[in-house]
Design a protein around this ligand. Structure first.
Ligand code: FES
Length: 356
């Protein structure tokens, strides 16, 4: 078994935005429970020794941590490729200069929409869109590679073409259009966010047309929504195969939603080394490989492609994390997904915002 390739370092759950599609847990970690600087430095050192190549500093809003430049410098010194996943609303020239000087390799900047008022409404943060535009200009001026990220849903997916054009116009090298995943807080807003089939087909067309319009001048990543598919996605590239997530309190997770799974104890980096957790913990071994799979999945030609799909989705929709991914057309739980699609209200209910 190989070591992980990527570390998602969730430095904090604190965030100025209140996005209804947030996939962080419903119960957030408080500042007092977060790993401190020395603990994160240790985690980064252990990750590099395990063979991790990329570290994604995330949250919450990672710029809420004053020690972010120190952590970037440490990771960079260890030879890790460093990516900052940020909303940009806390960025200013001095903070970006400190990060660039520390060796930051890449920034992924999130946008809630291309229409400013809608963007601020979805993020629950007045002036957020304008702050993000200022952040984008600073990142471009610092000559850092820049990805724009849009999470899309029924309330904004009509503007996907405009989002991609906006990313190109603002100098992004890459744009990621990701349909909402209904984990954590987002599950509460599913009816308010889930697109219908007609919207989805229009979204797919908008992405295809934008690919033609922009050619290879702009990389476009498109993450399609699960519920309308009939084959599961290879969530996280397979449980415990490539990705290691460390939550703000030090819990090591195979995916950022894994804490919802009952009956599994996710070890903390405060108790065990990353190597012990990765290679020997029950939690990381639980859904690794094919032995745990239901018989249909074990005999399926796609078992090494989708790795059994998403365990958190199986729990949310089938009530059993070890069940076949309910999205799969061969799953006995597929009717649960079809019932959600059929029961989607015509008018979107009010959004339920996070409170921090
Ligand atoms: Fe946890 Fe897919 S989000 S396995």
């Amino acid at each position: 078994m190989n070591g992980p390739l990527s570390l998602l370092a969730e430095l904090t759950h604190r965030c100025p935005l209140r996005c209804p599609y947030c996939s962080n847990p419903v119960a957030l970690e408080r500042r007092e429970g977060e790993l401190d600087t020395a603990e994160w430095r240790d985690v980064l050192g252990q990750a590099a020794a395990l063979g991790v190549l990329h570290v994604h500093f995330s949250g919450g809003e990672p710029m809420a941590r004053p020690d972010l430049p120190e952590l970037v410098r440490h990771a960079s010194g260890l030879g890790l490729y460093t990516n900052l996943i940020t909303s940009g609303v806390l960025m200013d020239g001095m903070r970006l200069a400190a990060l660039a000087e520390a060796g930051l390799d890449h920034v992924q900047l999130s946008f809630q929409d291309v229409a400013p008022a809608e963007a601020d409404r979805i993020g629950g943060y007045r002036g957020g869109h304008a702050a993000k535009l200022r952040a984008a200009a600073l990142i471009r001026a610092a000559d850092l590679p820049l990805t724009f990220n849009f999470v899309v849903h029924r309330q904004n997916c009509a503007r996907i073409g405009a989002m991609i054009d906006f990313a190109a116009g603002e100098g992004a090298n890459r744009v990621e259009i990701a349909h909402t995943q209904y984990h954590g807080w987002a599950e509460r807003n599913r009816d308010a966010l889930l697109p219908d089939r007609v919207q989805l087909e229009a979204a797919d067309r908008a992405v295809a047309e934008a690919r033609v319009r922009h050619g290879d001048r702009l990389a476009i990543d498109y993450v399609t929504p699960d519920y309308h598919a009939d084959e599961p996605k290879p969530c996280m590239g397979g449980w415990g195969r490539r990705f290691l997530n460390v939550a703000p309190d030090g819990s090591a997770l195979p995916c950022h939603a894994a804490q919802t799974l009952p009956g599994l104890r996710f070890p903390s980096v405060r108790e065990q080394s990353l190597a012990e957790i990765w290679f020997r913990s029950e939690a990381f071994g639980r859904f690794r490989g094919v032995d745990w799979m239901p018989e249909t999945c074990r005999g399926c030609a796609r078992r090494e492609i989708d790795h059994g799909g998403c365990r958190c989705q199986a729990l949310a929709l089938a009530g059993d994390a070890a069940a076949m991914d309910p999205v799969c057309g061969r799953s006995p739980h597929r009717p649960a997904v079809d019932a959600i699609l059929a029961g989607r209200p015509v008018t979107a209910p009010d959004l339920i915002y996070r409170r921090h």
